[in-house]
Design a protein around this ligand. Sequence first.
Ligand code: NAD
Length: 348
Amino acid sequence: MSVFSRKDFDDHEQVVFCSDEASGLRAIIAIHNTSRGPALGGCRMWPYESDDAALTDALRLSRGMTYKSALADLPYGGGKAVIIGDPARDKTQALWRAFGRFVDSLGGRYVTAEDVGTRPDDLEVVRQTTRHVAGIAEGGAGDPSPATAYGVFVGIRAAMRERLEGTDMAGLRVAIQGLGNVGYGLARRLHEAGAELFVTDIDDLAVGRAVRELGATAVVPDQIYDQAVDVFSPCALGAIVNDETLPRLRASVVAGSANNQLAEERHGAALQQRKILYAPDYVINAGGVIWVSHESRNFDGKAASAHVGRIEKTLGEIFACARKEGVTPAEAADRIAESRFRHRAEAA
Ligand code: NAD
């Protein structure tokens, strides 16, 4: 299995292959960049088809974390751990303790956290063998979803400033896909600001609640793309901007919390061609990670919230840079992020 010559290798500082025979642990920890601070990134547990697929995921996700942390102005770099295993079957205390020992052996260069397949109680066990764990209840920051929803709300404001006339949300038409932890919180904020909501979810109860409490119009899941709205806000699934949905979108702005909204990179350019402004997902959905990064014994909710609010300014800078340089917002975001972590590295 090649590492340095593979497509997803992007000058990662360190890639650690972890094997513990006694517990059966097989994991990969990828540290992409630490120029802003320790590499922060969750630990994903997944029954990967091959070691190769696990390595690809670790390389890609850790790189993504560097960009996300840089644009969120966090004192962290990017890293990620993947454990090869089935979270429903293979979790044992011995496995988590062994994983923690590997994290600990990196001396704080990598800080682990929750991700797909891992839960707070797993991290509590990891904590028995390392202190380099973030996002455990003890700090008092709690559920990050309301912060994510707030970040998307201010991000929509930045997009309105760029593309629509002003930032007054009264009468703004927004289609929301997914009314879960983030989507519902966002819907509530938008409703309070006077927006008109068109909502969908595969869970009818969530839709019914939004209709009742927020006066939203219910839309069947597949028709959410066709709504004549100002903003389309994906808050459920990834890859929802694709060849099938793109021609159907009638919104001027795509701005939501879902991860990996563009099925492929080229869909960013395709949105631009259709004059639809895209708020890069990893920028607008950073509220949760910002919130968690403030976690400490003296958690200061006001400071954390103000930090999340800065997503509005960052997105404004990204849109301005995209306009000036004739690139897509996704490309502009990458450039700004790179300037933030590469300059640090050069200054060091
Ligand atoms: P969630 O599971 O609470 O909510 C997702 C909602 O989407 C659920 O109500 C689900 O029924 C609905 N859904 C699933 N498939 C759907 C479909 N085909 N059509 C319509 N609705 C559908 O998740 P969440 O925490 O609200 O996160 C939403 C998205 O934002 C996810 O993509 C997540 O990765 C991303 N995100 C969340 C956070 C956070 O702080 N929670 C942070 C960053 C990114």
